[in-house]
Design a protein around this ligand. Sequence first.
Ligand SMILES: [Fe+2]
Ligand SMILES: [Fe+2]
Length: 172
Amino acid sequence: MLSERMQRALNEQINRELFSSYIYLAMATHFEEKSLDGFAQWMYGQSQEEYGHAMRILRHVLERGGHVELGAIEAPPAEFGSPLEIFRQALDHERKITGHIHDIYRLAVEERDYAAQSLMEWFVNEQVEEEDTVGRIVDQLDLAGDDRAAILLLDKELGQRPQGGESAPSAP
Ligand SMILES: [Fe+2]
Ligand SMILES: [Fe+2]
């Protein structure tokens, strides 16, 4: 059985994952409007993945006889900057999410809730991968600077991400 505290923490995390999905969806449509189709594609995939994260936690709550409470999802930003600024924003966002995941993991340890620990362990590892992937894209965009050809090449490369799948851009 889930504790009240753990149930609340997991419900809050479901909301954060859905908000993540929403932010990446907004970034995807922004990129598509700018005809940066590869970045758009990558962000659509990312958005789907975040929805999958929300569902993973939602399933856990239900399977443990808990109650899912879906709250309002905050609106994503309406305007975005350059590709570099957008990916930096994504990295900042992922770092914040990592902090929340760690808090829930700590709570699971304190409560000796082994099932929640196991769930959160998956998320701890996922966040390492996410920060690495997004950090790499930030580095590459930073290197590209104002070189439009380099940005278009990166756009093309990121467009090869399989939909909803997990992939990192190839190492430099
Ligand atoms: Fe996530
Ligand atoms: Fe994420």
